[in-house]
Design a protein around this ligand. Structure first.
Ligand code: F6R
Length: 613
């Protein structure tokens, strides 16, 4: 949600900023803008446009040469996606510009005060208040933009990443953050600020993490960070392991398709780093895999907290960890968790799951649990992001950058992390024999090749999907771990195809949802292996919908006769099956989005990194 880029250095800023914004497009946005200082000029050069970045780029003619500037992609919250509401926002003098990600909760109160003091507003945004506040504070603080930023941040409530520039200081950018991401890219004679590292990985791999309520100022040669009182802070540095190539489409028509095909590698990489770390258990290690420097032996209850796809991974985790360890597992929607009164004790382990590591609902739920005494072990794909930084321990997944808004490879790697966590607890509690553990580990190792096999057989599914492109609705049924898997299939279809889709536990159909079935309703049914006790139950559920006219598409590892289409997936043990079964579901959603002419990588109304509650 909202992309932020700042650059100050030795080369013209405009191309670097636009390129950085392009790399942040995946976060989701509906307008874009830039501001650059012009040497020896009173005013800043500013251009902002509703719509895609291309519209902004097309309007960038006669851009003055400047080696610094800021750029923004906005996902509308306060005020619609219009040119005027797009960022940057300026003070009345036109000398100071601000861009912002997040929400200023007390903006109305501030706006009333500033308007009665004579300030004139041009937009409906919460951000414009920050521009006016900063301009006043700048005057009060002897033209010191960093001091002004510190003063203003103390007046703001809510979440924000802010960047500001002033025409008096053409190579200076000042940033600040609270509950919203901001990283510094450290270059040679040039420095960057961005919402995430993808914006600058093609220029530098060196980065600095900024903590809560910190203010940073960058010039080409200098980076300084302080807290809100102005005391110097030493930020934590880290090396970015992703390469720029990984964040490009590499010949695929869409990032989503590329990421679907990257899943074998993502799984293999996650297995590799997580296992190597589990061997050095209890040794705090940065940047890699299973970093379990907390004592898990006292844990009596595990609670996964997450949103969307990551929540579905947690639901699979409940089946897996309870089966392997008999430890009680709850799965909570992060957005609900802290607004009820959940039972939390010192023996509760909270496991936030998040691809981005910045999802505000998950972060707030995690902080709530932490405050109430729980230990936090997060599962996260993004190094340097807030959730792992504030956790007691982390399992990093190795999906690499996930650019498409719809999550695919992050989901399967989250499952791998959960399996490894389950094995770890099973070892601690002696709930599985070594032979059983070895069997699971060798099955996990076989998964990348099996996912490849699935990917080789999805062509008929793509054809079939196109036939259903005008269907009003599509239903998904499964049982056991197949149930959260079909929930994920339905979510994928909703977000990409803008089509009504729902996932049901097969056994629940007769309690209501079967009323939805009419002649021709497409139903995707996920079957466990033939030996499973729920296989026959699922077959009966399939008969029930078939008898009412449904077109049934079966995903299974064994031959089933008499259905409209069957996608065969390789055999594996039941609890690992979601990894294989989710692939055809991702392909259905992808193909449906293409067939319906939708924007696959940036579906309408959605953002990749949801940094507001
Ligand atoms: C769905 C999707 C979202 C995210 C959810 C959590 O395809 O991408 O449902 O899974 O917003 O995001 P993270 O994992 O970044 O916390």
């Amino acid at each position: 949600m909202c992309g932020i880029v700042g650059y100050t250095g030795k080369t013209p800023a405009i191309n670097l900023i636009i390129d950085g914004l392009k790399r942040l497009e995946y976060r989701g946005y509906d307008s874009a803008g830039i501001a650059i200082p012009i040497q020896k000029s009173e005013k800043l050069f500013v251009e902002k446009r509703a719509g895609k970045l291309q519209i902004l780029s097309n309007s960038l003619t006669n851009v003055p040469k400047s080696n610094a500037g800021i750029g923004h992609t906005r996902w509308a919250t306060h005020g619609g996606p219009t040119d005027l509401n797009a960022h940057p926002h300026l003070d009345e003098s036109g000398k100071l510009a601000v861009i912002h990600n997040g929400i200023i909760e007390n903006y109305l109160e501030i706006r009333r005060q500033l308007e009665s003091a004579g300030h004139k507003y041009l937009s409906e945004t919460d951000t414009e208040s920050v521009a006016h506040l900063l301009a006043d504070a700048y005057k009060r603080n002897g033209s010191d933009l960093s001091a002004a930023m510190r003063e203003v941040c103390q007046q703001l409530r809510g979440s924000f990443t802010l960047l500001a520039i002033h025409s008096d200081h053409p190579d200076l950018i000042v940033g600040a953050r609270r509950n919203s991401p901001l990283v510094v890219g450290v270059g040679n004679g040039e420095n960057f600020l961005a919402s995430d590292v993808s914006a600058f990985i093609s220029h530098t791999k060196k980065a600095l993490e900024l903590g809560q309520d910190q203010v940073v100022s960058i010039t080409p040669e200098k980076i300084s960070v302080t807290d809100l009182k102005g005391l110097a802070v030493k930020p934590k540095d880290f090396e970015i392991s992703w390469d720029a190539k990984a964040a490009e489409r590499g010949g695929f028509t869409h990032f989503m398709l590329k990421e679907i095909y990257e899943q074998p590698k993502a799984i293999a990489d996650t297995l590799l780093i997580s296992k190597s770390i589990s061997e050095s258990m209890n040794k705090a290690k940065q940047n890699s895999g299973l970093n379990l420097n907390i004592d898990l032996s006292e844990i009596k209850k595990i609670v996964f907290i997450a949103c969307g796809t990551a929540y579905h991974a947690g639901l699979v985790g409940k089946y897996v960890i309870e089966a392997w360890t008999k430890i009680s597992v709850d799965v909570e929607l992060a957005s609900e968790y802290r607004y009820r009164e959940p039972a939390i004790s010192k023996s509760t382990l909270i496991v936030p799951i998040s691809q981005s590591g910045e999802t505000m609902d998950t972060l707030m739920a995690m902080r709530y649990a932490q405050k109430n005494g729980a230990k936090i072990l997060s599962i996260c794909n993004t190094n340097g992001s807030t959730i792992p930084r504030e956790s007691d321990a982390v399992i990093y997944t190795a999906a690499g950058p996930e650019i498409a808004v719809a999550s695919t490879k992050a989901f399967v790697t989250q499952l791998i992390a959960i399996y490894l966590l389950g094995i770890h607890f099973a070892k601690l509690h002696n709930s599985l024999t070594q032979k059983e553990i070895d069997q699971i580990l060798s099955e996990l190792d076989a998964l990348p090749a099996k996912v490849e096999q699935v990917l080789e057989t999805v062509e008929p599914l793509r054809e079939m999907t196109r036939k259903f492109k005008d269907a009003a609705s599509m239903l998904f049924i499964g049982r056991g771990v197949g149930f959260p898997t079909v929930l994920e299939g339905a979510l994928k279809l909703k977000e990409l195809a803008y089509m009504h889709a729902e996932g049901f536990a097969g056994g629940e159909l007769k309690h209501g949802p079967i009323a939805l079935i009419e002649n021709g309703t497409p139903v995707v049914a996920l079957l466990p292996s033939e030996e499973s006790v729920i296989n026959e139950k699922m077959l009966s559920n399939i008969q029930e919908v078939k008898a009412r006219g449904a077109n049934v598409i079966i995903i299974s590892d064994h031959e089933v006769k008499n259905f409209d289409l069957q996608i065969r997936i390789p055999t594996c043990s039941e609890l690992l099956q979601p990894i294989l079964a989710v692939i055809p579901l991702q392909v259905i959603a992808y193909e449906m989005a293409v067939a319906r002419g939708n924007d696959v990588d940036q579906p309408r109304n959605l953002a990749k990194s949801v940094t507001v509650e």
